[in-house]
Design a protein around this ligand. Structure first.
Ligand code: AMP
Ligand code: GLY
Length: 425
């Protein structure tokens, strides 16, 4: 079958790589893809947010299945568009419908949903931009630490963890008054600070049933020791050593099951990847966020640990026909992903730096993110450039292998965090 993967990051390179390995896959297209995906399949210059253009390509090229990588097209309703367009109505597409993608598209929606369905999450209130004074009083009443979140999509930058009341007031002004996050800041969610250790859990959902994928932990801050600005993610490990059976049972019962039945009850059955961003507080899970897609770089660390063929699983989920019991086989080995980024990221950085030293043969997997291949010359084209995933009998071993490859690959301004996994190894 011919498969189209939408997106251009390390997540999409990994998904395309896993799909291309399937005996069911005749060809994989990636739109728009990057300098690595062109080695896995064929890049096509389509904008994933231009649904008409995507549907046209699918029809003309007789694509059998579409897998949506990033959140924007999902939150903007690509799945609904496909269902309503005669060219694509019968083409399975992997991802949630617009109403269900609101779990990521609106923090306010997600919080109300969790409250309604008794899913453990931080206590909160929400305020519109007309309620600045009320929001200010709420902050004064609750005190610091406190967390402010712009309601809408803000490319992972709309969350402000504040350790003083002053900091919180500054964040409130940025979000509600100065509209630093644009329309995403028409509302703000202000919530209790939870003190614990984070982990991520992923499910492949078919509307009614779900299969869990291996757990992961990502490292979002730019600086070692989890300091500095938030990034898309500087590395990840899988599995999460503290995600023991007891904690996983609680996560299944209190978070995943309640979310899935809640979505069904509310008439918005969920198909696609559902990402649970959790925080473990004294062995009790709380939801920090939902994402309507896989994480990046979590995909790069989780998907390679899956031994079974991913393509039929994605297809069954998209069609609503996932078998009851999970048939996902997972590698025993641990995996670690290290992200190489451009100097200056997540703030200003330069593109167009030549990339050298990618090992031709390596035990490690090299997934491209911000790279471009112009007539055989590979150069940087984004903040996050390349993700390196390695396996080991333990995390330490996997990390050492990834760092070794990280040293071999060269481009001007290259930076990576050398302490991925520091809090769990
Ligand atoms: P998010 O974009 O929602 O994942 O939030 C970004 C980061 O902010 C998370 O990864 C957490 O580290 C932190 N965060 C979000 N909400 C809370 C909370 N209620 N308590 C503590 N930290 C939080
Ligand atoms: N790595 C965090 C995310 O994909 O949301």
């Amino acid at each position: 079958m011919k498969v189209l993967v939408l997106g251009s990051g390390g997540r999409e390179h990994t998904l395309a790589w896993a799909i291309a390995k399937s005996p069911l896959c005749e060809k994989v297209f990636i739109a728009p893809g990057n300098g690595g995906t062109s080695q896995t399949g064929e890049n096509v210059q389509l904008n994933p947010n231009n649904f008409d253009e995507v549907a046209g390509f699918v029809a003309v090229n007789k694509i059998d299945f579409v897998v949506v990588g990033p959140e924007d097209p999902l939150v903007n309703g690509i799945v609904d568009y496909f269902a309503s367009d005669s060219r694509t109505a019968r083409i399975p597409i992997f991802g949630p419908q617009k109403a269900a993608a609101q779990l990521e598209g609106s923090k306010s929606f997600a919080k109300a949903f969790m409250q309604k369905h008794h899913i453990p999450t931080a206590e909160y209130r929400e305020f519109s931009d007309k309620e600045f004074d009320k929001a200010k009083s709420y902050i004064a009443q609750k005190g610091a630490p406190i967390v402010l979140k712009a309601d809408g999509l803000a490319a992972g930058k709309g969350v402000r963890v504040c350790f003083s009341e002053n900091e919180a007031l500054e964040a409130l002004e940025d979000i509600l008054l100065d509209k630093k996050y644009g329309e995403a800041g028409a509302k703000v969610v202000i919530e209790q600070f939870l003190d614990g250790i984070e982990l991520s859990v992923f499910a492949i959902c078919d509307g009614a049933r779900y299969w869990l994928l291996p757990t992961a932990k990502d490292y979002k801050r730019i600086g070692e020791g989890d300091t500095g600005l938030n990034t898309g993610g500087m590395g990840a490990i899988s599995p999460v050593p503290f995600a023991n059976e007891e904690l996983m049972q609680k996560i299944k019962e209190q978070v995943v099951d309640r979310t899935m039945t809640g979505l069904q009850k509310d008439g918005i059955p969920y198909r696609g990847f559902l990402y649970f961003g959790l925080i473990n507080v004294n062995n009790n899970p709380f939801v920090i966020e939902y994402n309507c897609r896989m994480g990046d770089p979590e995909t790069e660390v989780v998907i390679p640990r899956i031994k079974s063929d991913l393509l039929p699983v994605l297809l069954d989920a998209a069609k609503g026909s996932l078998p009851e019991d999970s048939q996902i086989e997972v590698l025993e080995q641990s995996a670690a992903t290290v992200m190489l980024v451009s100097g200056g990221y997540p703030e200003n950085y330069e593109k167009g730096k030549g990339i050298k030293g990618i090992p031709a043969k390596s035990e490690s997997l090299i997934f491209h993110a911000g790279t471009v291949n112009k007539e055989g010359v590979l150069s940087t084209n984004g903040g996050r450039v390349i993700a390196i995933t390695s396996f080991g009998s333990n995390l330490k071993e996997a990390l050492a292998k990834s760092f070794q490859v990280a040293d071999e690959i060269r481009f001007e301004g290259k930076y990576c965090r050398r302490d991925i996994g520091f809090d769990v190894v």
